[in-house]
Design a protein around this ligand. Sequence first.
Ligand SMILES: NC(=O)C1=CN([C@@H]2O[C@H](COP(=O)(O)OP(=O)(O)OC[C@H]3O[C@@H](n4cnc5c(N)ncnc54)[C@H](OP(=O)(O)O)[C@@H]3O)[C@@H](O)[C@H]2O)C=CC1
Ligand SMILES: O=C(O)CCC(=O)C(=O)O
Ligand SMILES: [Mg+2]
Length: 737
Amino acid sequence: MVENSTQDLLYTIVDEAPELASASFLPIIRKFVSSAGITVGTPDISLAARIISAFPESLTDEQRQSNDLAALGELVKTPAANVIKLPNISASVPQLVAAVEELQAQGYALPDYPEEPQTDAEKDVRARYDAIKGSAVNPVLREGNSDRRAARAVKNYAQKNPHSMGAWDASSQTKVSSMPGNDFYANEVSATITAAQAGVAKIEFVGKDGAVTVLKGAWPLDEGTVADATFMSARALSAFLAEAIEDTKKDGTMFSLHMKATMMKVSDPIIFGHAVKAWLAPVFEQFGDKLDALGVNPNSGMGDLLDRVKDDAEIMAAIEAVTADRPAMYMVDSDKGITNLHVPSDVIIDASMPAVIRAGGKGWDGAGKKGDTNCVIPDRCYSTVYDETINFFKANGALDVTTAGAVANVGLMAQKAEEYGSHPTTFEAPADGTIRIVLANGETLHSHDVEGGDIWRSCTVKKAPIENWIQLAMDRQRLTGSEAIFWLDANRAHDAQLIAYVKPALESAGVADKFQIMAPREATAQSLKTITAGNDSIAITGNVLRDYLTDLFPILELGTSAKMLSIVKLMQGGGLFETGAGGSAPKHVQQLVEENHLRWDSMGEFCALGESLNFLADAQGNAKAGVLGNAAEVATQGILDHNRSPSRKVGEPDNRDSHYWFARYWAEALAAQSDDADLAAEFAGVAKALADGEEAILAELAAVQGQPVDLGGYYHTDAAKTAKVMRPSATLNAIID
Ligand SMILES: NC(=O)C1=CN([C@@H]2O[C@H](COP(=O)(O)OP(=O)(O)OC[C@H]3O[C@@H](n4cnc5c(N)ncnc54)[C@H](OP(=O)(O)O)[C@@H]3O)[C@@H](O)[C@H]2O)C=CC1
Ligand SMILES: O=C(O)CCC(=O)C(=O)O
Ligand SMILES: [Mg+2]
């Protein structure tokens, strides 16, 4: 990516819906910013590109691609970084395998994903694929803490144009179920590394026979790092899941499981696998050996399992019998029979729980019927947030969007903070024994007795990111004057260590009276009360709650997290501007392919673009960039004022129409400003052409909808075919190109 790193602005190439949107929007951006001499690079961090770049030796010269993610990971550690980052796929194993198969079918001689690697060569292939799996991009790029909030204009728009919300009533049977104990919450221990303890540590497993296996060596722990260890008992988890299924049946509700198998790529697929086994327990008991022989891995989900056993009538009959006896199950797509347990990447807690809550506590069952659901979230570290939210709405009714205030977030995220950085230090205990952290000085920091199958993990967060996060919180509070709450639980080992950083920092800055420290449950209740009264709150949280709350509150307040401003102030001075707080919306691609309508809302891209251009103006003293940035903000406002966001339904304006309008408002704002006469003169012509072409352009965009389209791939689409689909207006293209 030598070439990208010298560009003024980097706009990432990703996957699925946001990438389709880029096919239409990027040419517009390029045209506008080139007038200010701003160059745009496009580092490719898509799942397909990351796979391709990992196996150069298997590919032809033409097929090979550079490792743009690694280069970008270096760039974000420099003040020069100015990156607009769109959401990308964090792949589960079934998605990774599907992407590899698609590339193979396109002629890429990639190795298969080895399910059970035996030889050294297979182990090497597996290690390369494992590095691509799960949340492999965001932790690399997020070299700063997170500032996510709704721009004022976006919030005003939502209050004036409330989205639909399901009603909540006190008789709702929807609830959250979590383990009573022996989970990550119960077993957590934590310490802050002292100077005497700093150095290269290791994680060891000690068997009952005293034999020591190093699970992770060469593990540097710096002074000031908060280092935790905890585990979830596999036995307790299985018992809990079996009970939760029975309990759901008694309630007459539907069973749903909410977790983050993508970001927590080691622990959560295992937990997910336990749920698959619990659901089909009698089948696993009776046919365990056969299932093994067929290569069934419950962690990959029911979809993979069914695919492997479909020709075995006996097993299929047993599955049918168990299913008939189970409660209803929460569906991802009831029309297609895709259940909650189909693949670990379909139900992702940050998006899935808010969707249930926004709908008034409702999910959809296999018959396509709406109903109450038992939301199973095994671990208690954060489940209390959802439990409290549900209790609040049962007691108070749904949020009134027209008057509600906003919850912004300041999230501790930098340098692979906390749980989301823990996959290299998460292990399934190989047998009964002890797992311990041994420090450079020989001291044992933490030690747990475990049983085979228990999920043990260590999470760390470094000192500089913690201090930067507290500073960012103080800045945001000072700028807004809002209520500000550190969501930290004094009774949780990790949080207690953070509180030991937070309290003295606030006191020495003389602002302790401006902040509160509350456990997640209490903070949830307090924040909901605050926004219900029409006031704002800042949630200052760790990395997991950053993720969860920046979907939960925006989805309740704005109807979607796609409209969020999502700024990562890089610790070395650069800027990373994420677009919205949501994901890559696979359902939107499906709709485009079936009926050529893309309902993806680019509001996140619009907001990020304005921020990035204004950042560039400051960083490079490029006044023209500032003029473009201010005009982009006016255009964003125009989209809101004139209701130009995409509609959900085929035949109505979609994502492409919104890009036309954005270009038009952007050009008009540039023509109208008086800070830069050259830009005003140039864009007066563009604005006129766009206005004159309005009727033709909108007609050309509307004409293509309603028919299926071919993108030449899913994970690795054909660029020419995609451009053809996403840029169907010859009149618009003639103005832009
Ligand atoms: N920053 C990142 O890189 C992130 C990546 N991801 C990845 O994205 C994928 C999908 O994740 P998932 O949990 O399904 O979450 P998504 O946020 O992609 O989808 C959930 C739903 O939110 C709505 N939505 C999200 N974004 C938009 C948008 N811009 N415009 C309109 N509606 C939107 C859609 O609702 P509806 O269908 O009702 O229209 C969508 O189905 C996964 O691979 C995940 O790992 C997830 C989060 C962040
Ligand atoms: O990295 C991921 O897998 C998802 C990121 C995410 O959900 C978020 O940052 O909000
Ligand atoms: Mg998220």
